[in-house]
Design a protein around this ligand. Structure first.
Ligand code: SF4
Length: 599
């Protein structure tokens, strides 16, 4: 099959046929089950559906690996998952259930961790790290009597690493000796320190936990595979009991004598009054954790994309409604967004990883209700706003068989035509496959603001890798039924009447976050007072982060930020990062001018 065929319905139908044939050859009853489920998905209980999708996962993984001829690389990636398995088994069995219970914090204080580590290192053949520890202890536990002395030393070392300050410092950044902490809703930041002075209380973070920020480069690369699998193994896979509240919300108990609770009343609330509805997309979280922890990274991503095809633009640092509804309410919830983002990054990092992710957003056998795009409906929809709501809606409409035109008030910079397949005049040419996703990525402090992504482009800061916007954009732009125009203001450049005159059948408003925000307070327009979202937008649009831009945004320190949500924190950190960068740029230019023209 050609790459272009994978972007059109006929090609995807043919691909689905090949998959069903391969499934028939490998597991005939499963193919039959899949066909029955597709024809009557509502006949399945949620558990039956989950079980069917989980059973299909490995076959889908193998099929996609063969399709892109990357069986070896997929097998290596899977192997990297399995190689880490001792860490999670020993953490649960030995560290949490044995060491933490047998030796308490007081007893651990008298343990000489450094001396024990030397003995262990010796037994480990001169090496020592958490994986070596876990692998060796797992082997020793096969013969507990014969290895009694070694196991005892490992047990004491684990207790020292778990309980003592020195042990925690020695394993900072590790996962084996880190236990989930209890959640105190009134103290949600574990490293925070309060100080009362002059009648008010201020907070700072413990010095050891301060992470320095450097200009406008990406500040958080997220966790690695080890960290993601730690979380996936911490998840207790509640779908099996129908208790996966991360996906479907934490439900209130139905009153004994009253009518069943409906709407918002059906859900519990956090102590802050946040309704715990779980993932807004009802993503199959427990199921994708199961596949990821089992060493099926492609199938895990396929499971995610059933409900969340735009997963590149969710996850770590974007949303965490799922975590708020995790079954663990008294201790740290599972860090689902980290696992999701690691899953997509692992696939993207494979040869043709982008093409695989892209394909799964259009053809996905784990999607029983719409495994491939529906036939053309003939409807044309205008989507106004290319932010998260707009691009997600555009994708769903395309898969439902509609033709979509997206517009945005911001100027949208064109992508190279060999990537998007779209020329500057809108005509189409064949696009080249993306063999390595790194070819799409730029350093955030050098990246050109492309105008696509709405609030995700100008409202979110360097805590999130905005390169993912290019990934999402390509998913849409390569589709022949989609066109996009920047610099078109709905209600200005294009009116409702214009849109209908041009032949659109529907107009979708996805303009939410772009509205001007005026503070409805006395002196809200005074000099120096700005809404945080407006400030962030100004900062992004002026290109303040770039060495070659002459940003003229005015900001005088100190800044008082009112509000401690994401926008507030972004504003505080961006303000702190903004001035040093401007001073550096100014100095550089001054020195250059002096060198060229004399001081
Ligand atoms: S993330 Fe939490 S609620 Fe969801 S399946 Fe795992 S443990 Fe259960």
């Amino acid at each position: 099959m050609t790459l272009a065929q994978l972007y059109v319905r006929d090609g995807l139908l043919a691909l689905d046929g090949h998959f069903l044939q391969a499934l028939e050859a490998a597991a005939p009853p499963l193919k039959l089950q899949l066909q029955q489920a597709r024809s009557q998905p509502e006949a399945l209980t949620p558990l039956q559906e989950s079980q069917l999708l989980l059973a299909l996962g490995p076959y889908l993984e193998g099929f996609v690996a063969r399709l892109f001829r990357i069986e070896t690389q997929v097998s290596d990636l899977s192997q990297r998952h399995h190689a880490l398995a001792p860490l999670y088994a020993i953490k649960r069995k030995f560290v949490q259930r044995t060491a933490a219970r047998k030796i308490n914090a007081e007893q651990a204080e008298s343990i000489d961790g450094a001396a024990l580590q030397l003995r262990l290192r010796d037994w480990f053949g001169g090496q020592f790290d958490e994986l070596v520890f876990a692998t060796q202890v797992q082997a020793w536990l096969e013969d507990e009597t014969g290895n009694a002395e070694k196991i005892d030393v490992a047990l004491h070392y684990a207790a020292w690493a778990l309980h003592t300050e020195a042990g925690k410092a020695a394993h900072r950044g590790g996962i084996l000796f880190r236990l989930p902490h209890a959640v105190d809703h009134m103290h949600l930041v574990p490293g925070a320190e309060a100080r009362d002075q002059d009648g008010y209380r201020s907070f700072s973070i413990k010095p050891a936990q301060i992470r320095q920020r450097n200009g406008f480069a990406l500040t958080d690369t997220g966790c690695d595979l080890r960290g993601a699998l730690d979380q996936a193994n911490y998840c207790i896979l509640c779908h099996a009991q129908g208790k996966d509240s991360c996906s479907h919300g934490l439900l209130e108990k139905t009153p004994k004598d009253g009518p069943p609770l409906v709407g918002k009343a059906a859900f519990k609330r956090t102590v802050f009054g946040v309704i715990q509805t779980g993932c807004p997309l009802s993503e199959k979280i427990s199921e994708f954790h199961s596949l990821k922890a089992g060493g099926y990274p492609l199938a895990a991503l396929a499971m995610i994309t059933v409900d969340n095809p735009m997963a590149a633009a969710t996850g770590h640092r974007i949303c965490n409604d799922c975590m708020k509804s995790c079954i663990y309410q008294k201790q740290e919830p599972v860090n689902i967004p980290e696992i999701e983002t690691r899953t997509i990054k692992d696939v993207l990092a494979l040869p043709y990883g982008f093409e695989i992710y892209s394909l799964l957003t259009r053809w996905n056998p784990l999607n029983l209700r719409r495994p491939y795009p529906r036939a053309h409906t003939g409807y044309r929809v205008l989507v106004t706003g290319m932010g998260p709501a707009g691009y997600t809606l555009a994708h769903q409409l395309l898969n439902d068989g509609h033709t979509v035109v997206g517009i945005d008030g911001l100027k949208i910079e064109p992508l190279p035509e060999h990537l998007s397949g779209v020329r500057a005049d809108g005509s189409r040419i064949p696009f080249a496959p993306v063999a390595a996703v790194d070819d799409l990525f730029d350093a955030l402090d050098q990246r050109i603001l492309a105008g696509f992504g709405g609030v995700a482009e100008y409202g979110i800061t360097v805590r999130w890798d905005k390169n993912f916007l290019k990934v999402v954009r390509l998913l849409l732009e390569r589709r022949p039924e989609f066109s996009m125009f920047g610099g078109v203001r709905f209600g200005g450049t294009l009116s409702v009447e214009d849109a209908f005159r041009l032949g659109f059948d529907h107009i979708a408003l996805a303009l939410g976050a772009g509205r001007p925000t005026v503070l409805d307070i006395p002196n809200g327009l005074a000099r120096g007072v700005r809404t945080a979202s407006d400030f962030l937008m100004g900062l992004q649009l002026t290109g303040a982060a770039k060495a070659d831009s002459l940003a003229n945004l005015q900001l005088r320190l100190p800044v008082v930020v009112i509000g401690g949500g994401l926008t507030g924190i972004d504003t505080a950190t961006e303000s702190l990062a903004y001035y040093p960068v401007q001073v550096e740029k100014f100095t550089q230019r001054y020195e250059q001018l002096c060198a060229e023209r004399g001081a």
